[in-house]
Each structure stands twice: as structure tokens, then as C-alpha cells.
Design a protein around this ligand. Sequence first.
Ligand code: NAP
Length: 457
Amino acid sequence: MSTYAVVDPATGQTIKEFAALTDAELEAKISRADEVHRTWGRTSTPAERAALLGRVAELYAERRDELARIISREMGKPVDQAGLEVDYVSAIYDYYGRNAEKFLADEPIDLEWGEGTAVVRRSSLGVLLGVMPWNYPYYQVARFAGPNLMAGNTVLLKHAAQCPESSAAMEQIFLDAGFPAGAFENLYATYAQVDGLIADPRVQGVSVTGSEKVGAHIAQAAGRHLKKVVLELGGADPFIVLSSDDLDATVEAALTVRFFDNAGQMCCGAKRFIVIDSLYDAFLEKMTANLSELRPGDPMAEGTALGPLSSVGAAEFLEDQVSRAVEGGAKVALGGTREGAAYCPTILVDIDPANEAAAEEFFGPVANLYRVASEEEAIALANSSPFGLGSYVFTTDAAQAERVADALEAGMVFVNIVGADEPALPFGGTKRSGFGRELGKYGVDEFVNRKLIRIGG
Ligand code: NAP
């Protein structure tokens, strides 16, 4: 484990360190979360919890600028984008507040045999552990905490070691909104303590957003202790272009989901651009022209479109991936250079589908372009990835859009649109991108007891 610390992503200089929890402090926090679930979690009504979530949404909005600056400092996200993240998080808490009673309403079942009634009633499970990454420090947590606090579960958060201030700020918001102390606990926990939490009988489930390696480790521990686990892992989302009546707009959409959101450090960012032969040259030319002047800037300055990566180590890792892809035959059409944590926008072309490095997840501003001759070839290439998180399809043919959306091995397909997330939409993947869902009805249902109550006539 790394030390919990705020480290300037650009220079690697440590700004502030935070002490890890002692085992005694951790025990006090688990026991409080468990007690709060048994009392508040079980006795508060959905309407009461909804009101608290509504207040959380207001506090995010009120503290927008301060919260934005915290994450820009922690992980280098340009402050404008950080503000937009805070807005979205506020909308998530607001949505789960406004819809709590609807999501948690009894669900009647039409009986075919016998007299009486049957309903499924949703109730909380207990204490849940969330292990979360640094790339969207507030949003990743909101996807887990919003629906689960709505259901009356209590939440323990082990955030990334580089997010100690944002995780503390989130805990403070829950307290200031009126949640009981213990409903949401921020833990500066070690990996060994996380293992201990998964084994603890008071912890009922675990949700992990992060890399495959951590997902596999935690799922294995959860399996050993028969704990439910949700895994939101990496992705190498395809962006398939089959036809377009406005190629400039299609390229702009591509740039948004690869370069202009979080410097490409987005699990469901488009990473592989699969373009039909007739549009490929124009697509590459427009993408290159749009990026040729773009250089990473100061994340704390307003107007910065592309910041540094989250650390010098992350940029070095990306540089190594690009080198390995090039050794495997790929060509650099643009960029490919690094200065500290700043990685220049990069386009790789002529990638052999057998090039293993190119099939990896590139967590940064690198677009991999592929030329294909047909819809079938595009689908086959898209599905050749071990990942199956999101995907994007651009076509002017509605029937083709339906066919391709149906054929893609992905948890999410966006047709002719990017940046279309909203609090109501379920989020999650297939294959090595994990399993389970966050948000929407499906996310709410992950950690509730869907209890059957059958009453005789
Ligand atoms: P990571 O290394 O897997 O870290 C994620 C979290 O796991 C951090 O809190 C980390 O803590 C913790 N962790 C690491 N090893 C652990 C262990 N042995 N026991 C307990 N906790 C442990 O992921 P990352 O590199 O920060 O994030 C990038 C990855 O996350 C990418 O693959 C990305 O695609 C994926 N991601 C997926 C989604 C999604 O929704 N599907 C969303 C965002 C990101 P420390 O910081 O202390 O190491």
C-alpha cells in the first residue's frame, strides 16, 4: 500500500501525509457502522433517508469550488472538469433522494397458485465496504454510497491512498447533512485491514472499482467468506464508426471520450477507434489536426482542457505500454512523448490485432486506430478484447445500429452519443470488466435483501 498522502501529480512532491488507521480505531469504526445499521438503518424510513440525501446534494453544490480544488490537487484533474464532477455527484445524491420511495416500494407478484398475496420487500443488508479508485474521487464513491445509503445500508470507504482529502471531505458532508456518525466511515486502511474487513462477519458485501488485479484479489477473499461482491474494473471500449453525415461532430465526440475527459483516465472512455475503410483517412486526419497543438496544462488554471496524468508513475507506465505496442508493429501517428506526469495526446495506427500491448487498457490520452472493411469485421475486432465495459457506435443506419448494439459484448452501448451518463442509468460491464451493476434499479438491487412475503388468503 502506498501512504495516504496528497502528492502533487506534476512534481511528485508530497504536500501532506495522513496516518493509517490503527487496528483499535478501525474496530471502533466497524462497530459503530454496524450499530448504526441496526438502529438507524433498520428503523429510518425511505423518506427520512431521502431527505438526508437531498441535503447531501445541496452541500456538494454549496461546496463545489472547494471540492473541485481538492481533487485537482490530489490527482491532477483540470479544475473545470473537477467542478463538473461535483455537479454530477450532486445530481446523483439528489436523484436517489427523490426516487428512494419508488426504488424501495414493495413489488407485488401476481399469484397463479393459491389465495392471498405475495410481495418482494427490499431491506438493507448491513455494513458494506467500498474500495474505490482515484480517477473520479467523488463520482465513484457516489455510485456506491448513494443507492446504498438510500436503502439503509451503512458504508465503509477505503479510498485510493492518493485521495485522503476528498475522502475526508465526503465523510464530513454526510455528517453535516445529518447522517448519523457511522453511516459513512472514511478509513485510511491498509491492505491487510481490508482483508480483515472482508472476513469480518459484520461486513455484508464489498464493491470494488479499480484494476483487474485488485478486483481478483478482493473477489477471491470475498468468495472465501461468502460475501457478495460487485466488480467495476477496467475497459478498452471500442468506438465504432460505420457511417456519418457529420464527420467533424463524430471526431469531436471521439476526442471528448478519449482526450478531453480526465486526460483519458476513464474506465469507460473510448480506447480503440474502429473506423470503416471509406472514412478512416478523413477520421485520422481530423483527429490529428484537432490534437496537434494540444499540450497538457496546469490543472489548477481555468480553461485547461488536458491536465497531467495522476502521477509520474502513471505516465511512465503509459509510456512503456506505447513503446511495447510500437515494438509489436504499431506506428505513432501523433505524440508519444512524456515530460514528467504530462503525456502528450498520442495516436497509434497500423496496429496488428495480435499486438498484445495494444489490446491492453491505455489509461491516458492515447487513441488506437483500426481500419476495417465491414460491419462484421468491426464487431469481431471490438469483441476480441478481454474487456467488456462500454462501447460506442456511430452510424446513420438505424437498423445497423440495432444490429451492432446487439452483437457487442459490452455492459453498455451508446449509439451516436457520448457523455450520456445520468444517475438513472445502470453502469457496469461483462468479461474482465467485472460483474454487477451500480446505479439504477439494478444497482440498488445489488445489496438489498429482496425478501419474499407470502400471505395466505
Ligand atoms: P487499483 O490499483 O486497482 O486501485 C483501486 C483501489 O484498490 C484503491 O483504493 C487501492 O488502494 C485499492 N487496492 C489496491 N490493492 C489493494 C489490495 N491488495 N487490497 C485492498 N485494496 C487495494 O486501480 P487504479 O489503478 O487506482 O485505478 C485504475 C483502474 O480502475 C483502471 O483499470 C480503471 O479502468 C479502473 N476503473 C474502473 C471503473 C469502472 O467503473 N469499471 C471506474 C474507474 C476506474 P491504494 O490506492 O492504497 O493502492
